[in-house]
Design a protein around this ligand. Structure first.
Ligand code: PLP
Length: 360
């Protein structure tokens, strides 16, 4: 592994009171970067101080949004080690996103080693309090200078690290959800199952509409019939029917969440049934009204689990519960127990960051 190191000469002060950490607002001292050209492939791997990057104004990413990203967390464990949760899944998904966006793929093993090298260097930036983590944001962008509307020749890949507190600033507190009828996030055959920037840019208008109406997040319906449940914000969604979990199947327009996949694997071990099925919004709202839906939650790396207390549709509110339900709490405790190293990792989901670099 060949990485050039340029270490920061002015390390930033770290937040002493970890309870004040927010999500994605502060960044560690160093970042990873590498470049791609058709002749050289991926090359020029470097770890250097975090700071502004230079782009040509004609850089294609700035015009055509040829961009993909990932999100994963490094957790501080009681034995002093730093561990990542299923990082290979993130790198495989990055390659799937790359293929969809006509971008070059990366070597998964080599890239896990780059992540290790960066996190190893930034060990002291991994916060230690339960609920906090070092959030890693790998991203790949089209580079160079040309305005032709076709795939770029050059690319840049980088990873930044952000010590982060809970995603929701008031802790794990139920969120209210606006069900969107008019706009859609993704269609089958589109880019909904790739983690690519444009999917988010096109969702912000609706998030603002929802927030103005007094809701925290948006539930997206499918782009063809405007009727079947897809995702909530940048999270997958689960509904609890007593001891059964129901979530929409991945149909090409839904982002295949690693948290979603982990919950589907863990739930049966917790005595819960799971079912991936198409969820018609009108059936769902009826099931909420007659009390068959006992809990609902969104899930993703950033928030882990986000209990839902209320849906709004067509000017009407559908209430679920005011506080986090037992099933949601059980899954949350099980997931975070594995991620924070207090539960046994029977699935071999954790990756220990190698201690390689001796820092003087
Ligand atoms: C990242 C993301 C998720 C959650 O994926 P995880 O791997 O669980 O973090 C769900 N939906 C969208 C749209 C996302 O971008």
């Amino acid at each position: 592994m060949d990485i050039q190191y340029q270490l920061s000469t002015s390390p930033k002060p770290k937040t002493k009171d970890e309870s004040t950490l927010r999500f994605g607002r502060t960044f560690s001292d160093h970042m990873f970067e590498m470049h791609y050209s058709p002749e050289k492939g991926w090359h020029d791997q470097q770890i250097h101080p975090y700071g502004p990057m230079l782009f040509e104004p004609a850089s294609p990413v700035l015009h055509y949004a040829q961009e993909i990203f990932e999100g994963m967390k490094a957790y501080h464990h009681p034995d002093g080690e730093i561990r990542l949760f299923r990082p290979l899944r993130n790198l495989e998904r990055l390659n799937n996103s790359a293929r969809r966006m006509a971008m070059p793929t990366i070597d998964i093993e080599a890239n896990l080693a780059y992540i290790d090298a960066l996190v190893d260097l930034e060990r002291d930036w991994v916060p230690k309090t339960l609920g906090t983590a070092l959030y890693l944001r790998p991203a790949m962008v089209a580079d160079g200078a040309f305005l032709g509307a076709k795939k770029a020749q050059q690319y840049r890949y980088f990873i930044i690290c952000s010590p982060s507190g809970p995603y929701y600033e008031q802790g794990i507190k139920p969120v209210s959800i606006w069900i969107e009828k008019r706009y859609v996030r993704a269609v089958r055959g589109g880019t909904g199952d790739a983690k690519t920037g444009g999917n988010y840019a096109s969702s912000f208008l609706v998030t603002s509409i929802a927030q103005e109406a007094g809701y925290n997040q948006v539930l997206w319906l499918d782009g063809k019939d405007n009727r079947y449940v897809e995702e909530v914000g940048a999270m997958n969604i689960f509904f609890v029917y007593g001891k059964k979990l129901v979530t929409p199947p991945l149909g090409g327009s839904i982002l295949p969440g690693i948290t979603r996949d982990s919950i589907l694997q863990l739930a049966p071990e917790l005595g819960l049934d799971v079912s991936e099925e198409r969820i018609d919004i009108y059936d769902l709202l009826r099931d909420i009204q007659n009390g068959r839906v006992t809990e609902a939650f969104g899930c993703g790396t950033a928030a882990i689990l986000s209990p839902i207390n209320r849906f709004g549709f067509d000017g009407k509110d559908y209430l679920i519960a005011d506080k986090i339900g037992d099933v949601t709490q059980l899954i949350y405790d099980t997931m975070t127990g594995i991620q924070y190293g207090t539960n046994t990792d029977t699935h071999n989901w954790l990756h220990t960051v190698a201690r390689k670099r001796q820092i003087d």
